[in-house]
Design a protein around this ligand. Structure first.
Ligand SMILES: [Zn+2]
Ligand SMILES: [Zn+2]
Length: 354
């Protein structure tokens, strides 16, 4: 293994201005249960746009200063005295830094710990993946058992969100409408197929995203600029409505309308992040009398989801690579974000060593 250098490059958010600074900083030393990892790949999330721009959402989900990048794959290079992960192990980072002590952590799901910190968001850690080396406590590392590429390991974080959503939706032998074909929506479509769903109906307003959905196996494409989605659903289901909807667009009017597209007894899972309040007009026919099931997800089930998605990717049941449309060196981070803002890029992965 190569010698660990004294200094490294990293992106840092130091103040409330747009963008990040690209800095030289000392390579940190792991203490206690901390592990030093060399970052092999980090992918950029839709939520990173908020952090980059530092808008109102960012003020809620992040705390300055921090190194961004929560979708991170790395190789263990050094352990603190209380950590014992083998040097050279390939790891993914569970960015929800659970407390391990609360009700959710002990009896339900550590991924939804109400007092969790967040890697890459400055919550209880200043470290993130947009850095040549980073520090993660051992309990937040998922040690890979199978052989995945660095980019595939970085993609396990968003794939885990998609898998968690589709698992909760109970899709076996069901047709599933996935609204929104961003990275998580596309990965959710893959999960529908992997978990025994019947047909995937993919809806988006962008034709290039719909073509990506097709490439990943979507059976029916709906361009909701050209065709009213609700009209399509009732035509497609012969007036019954969808039994399963996975909402990944996060566009408030679409989320509101999604309830009217469900059949009686239908299930809906909300994954996208609406930025304004939701408002459903016909609450009785569209919600209460439907006896529907609403589920929401935040992150992954720790570590159940990681085990499942590692297997699905390693066995070739899910291929995350078509979702990755752009790769950038970390020094080109401004171009990477511009590609994201333009809507041309779907998933972007960044190499911190360049
Ligand atoms: Zn993410
Ligand atoms: Zn907790």
């Amino acid at each position: 293994m190569a010698e660990i250098p004294k200094t490294m490059k990293a992106l840092v958010k130091r103040d409330e201005n747009e963008s990040y600074s690209y800095e030289d900083m000392p390579v940190p030393q792991p203490s206690g249960d901390e592990v030093l990892i060399k970052v092999d790949s980090v992918s950029i999330c839709g939520s990173d746009i908020n952090l980059y721009k530092w808008n109102d959402v960012a003020r809620v989900i992040a705390t300055i200063p921090f190194v961004p990048g929560h979708e991170c794959a790395g190789t263990v290079v050094k352990c603190g005295p209380d950590a014992d992960i083998p040097i050279g192990a390939k790891v993914g980072v569970e960015n929800h830094y659970f407390c391990g002590e609360c009700l959710q952590c002990k009896y339900e799901d550590r991924g939804i710990c109400p007092i969790m910190g967040q890697f890459g968001h400055g919550k209880k850690t200043e470290y993130g993946g947009c850095s040549e080396y980073t520090i993660v406590p051992a309990k937040y590392l998922y040690v890979m058992k199978r052989n995945l590429s660095p980019d595939e390991i970085a993609m396990l974080e968003p794939l885990g969100v998609a898998h968690n959503a589709i698992e909760r939706l109970e899709v076996k032998n069901e047709d599933v409408l996935v609204i929104g074909c961003g990275p998580v929506g596309l990965l959710a479509q893959c999960c529908v197929k992997a978990l025994g769903g019947k047909r995937v109906i993919a809806a988006d307003i962008d034709e290039s995203r719909l073509q990506l959905a097709k490439k990943l196996g979507a059976d029916v494409l709906v361009n909701s600029v050209k065709e009213n989605l609700k009209d399509f659903v009732y035509k497609f289901t012969e007036g019954v409505g969808m039994g399963r909807i996975c909402e990944c667009s996060g566009a408030s009017p679409v989320v509101n309308a999604a309830f009217s597209m469900l059949r009686k007894g239908g299930h809906i899972v909300m994954v996208g992040l609406p930025k304004s309040p939701l408002h459903v007009e016909n609450v009785l026919p569209d919600i209460v009398f439907k006896a529907l099931t609403l589920k929401t997800v935040h992150g992954r089930r720790v570590y159940h989801t990681w085990v499942e998605i590692e297997r699905l990717v390693a066995d070739g049941i899910i291929d995350v690579n078509p979702v990755i449309t752009h790769k950038f060196a970390m020094s080109q981070f401004e171009e990477a974000f511009q590609a994201l803002f333009s809507g041309k890029a779907c998933k972007i992965v960044v190499d911190p060593s360049k």
